[in-house]
Design a protein. Sequence first.
Length: 396
Amino acid sequence: MRFVPRHLADELLRASRQFSAVLMTGPRRSGKTTLLRKLFPRADYYLLEDPDVVARVRTDPRSFLDGVRLPVIMDEIQNTPELFNYIRTRIDRGPRPARGQWLLTGSQEASLMENVTESMAGRAAVLHMLPLSTRESGRVSLRLGGFPEVLARPQGAERWFRSYVQTYLERDVRAVTAIRDLATFRRFLALLASRCGQMLNRAALAAPLGVSVPTISQWLSVLEITGQILLVPPFFENFGKRLVKSPKLYFIDSGLACHLLGIDSQTALDRSPFLGPLFEGFVASEIVKQQANSGRRSEIYCFRDERGLEVDFVLVPRARELTLIEAKASRTVTPAMALPLTRLAESSKSYKTSCLVVHRGGADSQALTALLPGVAAVTLAQALERVSKTRRPRRR
């Protein structure tokens, strides 16, 4: 698969002209290094997972940096966090530090953010890269997801995901926390995939695995840190209702979720009882990818009250405006699917609301709008186009 232009490229170039350092976080194999080397072909490159390189850094970080020619790409820098203080010192040496000299990547966002906050405040721009989106490549799909290597060789997808899980367990998980029983953790991953689209219930996850709730919380934190799952928080305004405050759970990459559920073909996916939740997660992931590619933080919410009113996603494109979204894997849209949207819109009269039923194609949007004014039935591509046109202005 040839290089696919990434929508984050413009933000990356802009950040490199404004800051001395740029840090790109995101899941392994999502394309961070490929993009950096494409945009900065003359930069030196160091992989900070190479044992020899790591040994040199830990033995004598000053001498290591003395031998670095700028600009430089330092890949997986979370493995050598001691470098941050030394990089900061070098950035601060001159009265006017050069821009775009330190290009850093990492796959463990939380630990990286701690070091950036302490060592690189005001010196580093932080961007988040996720796997390919549907707007970046027509090969991205619900079953295969968006990892570039999977899309390049779809016939080897199951082998790639199996290797990815094993490598991920051995490297990232053990780097973040001391997991002794990897077999149980693999069962946890599969169980988690079966709960896609559900409100997070840690006790319900702990019981069948025979582990404690604090252990489940720790494992979920590992998956968040390494960019594998998305926890969508509840919307912050109750509209006079008592809200369920648990987040909803999704996998960032639908292809990985399908692999964990044993879904290995489009036929199996179409027949799977998990089709609906997986499509819902696919919609959430595409919205978050679009936000990340625009250099914005993730701003997507869910809504559920104690009387059972539930709306899949709530977006806040501008102050006092809401976009309400229901994601349906069906190719036939009925008015009943839109009823939660209209009920919540009726309760939120202090906001200007727009309502979307996102489907897999084939539905008649005009027919639905005629039955329920103010509600549009749209494909995912159409929904993303609408969201992009109504997004919040980027903070300067």
